[in-house]
Design a binder for this molecule. Structure first.
Ligand code: SF4
Length: 409
């Protein structure tokens, strides 16, 4: 439905870090201007609202509805609107009431990949992180619900399922089993997903049993947020491990999943981080052979222990260290992707072949949707959702170039 025809515009917000908060507020202001000019209402939902509802409601009285993580007020509004539609002469019957509500949602093509949430919240309490304050304690999603969501995604056309949660490696349901069984049951669904991918594996949760389960059922892709390599910084963060232990962990990952791509996340400029700590992290990323990593300059979050720690690093220095770290990761990751030249890969096509240049765009199993690089595929026309065997002919940074064909095509 075009946004022009909407009676309600919903803005989903994020309150994780300051940049996300600013972007959310800017999107809300844009939505208010746009929607009110057309007589529509604006609902603000999501974790920024959960955390700062009162302050935001005082600052932005133009927003019509505040929902946080509890969508009940929004659903009530939708039901009420549906009721108004349904009671109009000629209005839709009750079975179709909700579908009659004019809500602006972005148009999306049939999904190639779908995210399936397997848990929410976290009780690790890393010193810098506001997520437990927003989302609360860790709670696994029941196996039946995960499978229901997966079936719905596959029925809608998804060929890849991406399992997410703040702490996915600990998923288990008492009396039912753990991740091994969940992954096996997801692979056995009809239609079967081509690829299963698990994001956000906390390093201390990556044990041999999990690696065996991933080798059996998932793509060779491991997303482990390490955050730092200096033991001193990691302890202040409230996290375990150090650079040496992490290199050993990555060795076990590669032994179980040969050729796996490893993605991680790092924070530069955490309180008390010295020049030596920053250098240790740089040396670690140069040795770790990562395929990709997110880098954040430390950004104090209200209500977290780290915000009041001594030794706060000046923001300019944190940004400088983050930029240096980002460059080191770009360099190491470029070498990882360049090393794939000549290899055969399966490419899941996300944008079918363009008539103009004869190139389609997709990903190989080593690239996660939305965050990693892409494969530029030529040599044969393909459509969105196709899985095409191809040979990698080159790379540009995090992106690959490949030509359809080769063994198994
Ligand atoms: S494990 Fe992740 S979500 Fe949980 S507290 Fe630490 S950083 Fe936050």
């Amino acid at each position: 439905m075009p946004a022009d025809a909407a009676s309600l515009v919903i803005v989903n917000t994020c309150g994780f870090i300051d940049a996300a908060k600013e972007e959310s507020i800017s999107a809300l202001l844009d939505a208010v201007e746009y929607a009110h000019a057309r007589g529509a209402r604006v609902a603000a939902v999501g974790c920024l609202i959960e955390r700062y509802r009162e302050e935001l409601a005082a600052e932005l009285p133009e927003v019509d509805l505040w929902c946080g993580l509890d969508w009940e007020p929004l659903l009530a509004e939708l039901r009420e609107a549906a009721g108004r539609e349904g009671s109009r002469p000629g209005g839709p019957g009750s079975a179709a009431k909700l579908s009659a509500v004019t809500v602006a949602v972005p148009r999306r093509a049939r999904p190639v990949s779908s995210y399936v949430k397997i848990s929410d919240g976290c009780d690790r309490r890393c010193a810098y992180c506001a997520i437990p304050l927003i989302k609360g304690e860790y709670e696994p999603v029941a196996a039946a619900e995960v499978l229901r969501a997966a079936r719905a995604a596959l029925a809608a056309g998804a060929r890849e399922l991406v399992l997410v949660g703040q702490d996915t490696s600990r998923w288990a349901q008492p009396g039912w089993g753990g991740l091994e069984r969940l992954l096996a049951e997801l692979r056995a669904l009809e239609p079967a997903p081509l690829w299963l991918r698990l994001l956000y594996l906390q390093p201390d949760g990556v044990d041999d049993a999990l690696l065996t389960a991933l080798a059996r059922h998932a793509v060779p892709y491991v997303d482990i947020p390490l955050q730092h390599a200096s033991a001193a910084v990691l302890r202040r963060m409230g996290r375990s491990g150090d650079g040496e232990a992490y290199l050993e962990l990555l060795g076990r990952v590669r032994a179980a999943l040969p050729g796996a791509a490893v993605r991680s996340t790092f924070i530069a400029g955490f309180p008390g981080e010295t020049d030596d700590d920053a250098d240790e992290l740089l040396a670690f990323v140069r040795a770790a052979g990562l395929g990709a990593a997110g880098v954040f300059a430390y950004d104090a979050q209200q209500g977290t222990p780290a915000a009041d720690m001594p030794g706060q690093v000046p923001p300019e220095l944190a940004f400088e260290r983050a930029a240096q770290l980002g460059e080191a990761i770009d360099e190491a990751a470029s070498a990882f992707w360049a090393g794939l030249a000549g290899r055969s890969v399966d490419v899941l096509v996300e944008r079918g072949t363009s008539r103009a240049d004869g190139v389609s765009v997709g990903r190989c199993a080593l690239q996660a949707p939305d965050i990693d690089g892409r494969v530029m595929l030529s040599g044969r026309p393909s459509r969105r959702g196709d899985l095409v065997r191809a040979v990698v002919t080159g790379s540009v940074g995090y992106d690959l170039e490949a030509v359809a064909g080769g063994p198994g095509s």
